[in-house]
Design a binder for this molecule. Structure first.
Ligand SMILES: [Zn+2]
Length: 128
């Protein structure tokens, strides 16, 4: 393994972005059949790109890419978690204020109520 350590010296190595690319490329190459073959090509290209990033000597550029990826991933993850929380919340209903798009949570089962947006004071009627 010494030769490998020497080979990897000064190179970027694996990060979360490369790992995600490897997983995605494997999935694309393993599960695309028949007319979906262009996806398998895309998977192979992604694999090549992942290797390129791991062996790259431009460490700061690769670290920046990974940072962008992690920030985007975090946004997707929190948006998804919020969606799951709202979908499984049986005690409240969620609306968006028609004035300012603020998300509002109101208790369920109160019939028709007038909701006052706490942000812009706009009032609107909804069934809960
Ligand atoms: Zn509002």
């Amino acid at each position: 393994m010494n030769w490998f350590r020497r080979f990897m010296m000064g190179r970027y190595g694996v990060d979360q972005l490369s790992f995600a690319m490897l997983l995605l490329s494997m999935a694309l190459m393993m599960f695309t059949r028949g007319r979906l073959w262009p996806l398998a090509i895309l998977g192979a290209a992604l694999l090549g790109l992942a290797y390129f990033r791991m062996l790259s000597r431009n460490i700061s550029a690769r670290a920046q890419e990974n940072g962008r990826f992690l920030r985007g991933w975090y946004r997707v993850k929190t948006a998804w978690n919020g969606f799951v929380d709202r979908a499984t919340d049986k005690n409240h209903r969620y609306y968006r204020c028609p004035g300012c798009r603020q998300r509002l949570r109101v208790p369920r089962g109160r019939g028709r109520i007038v909701i006052t947006c706490p942000k812009c004071r706009r009032e609107f009627e909804k069934k809960t």
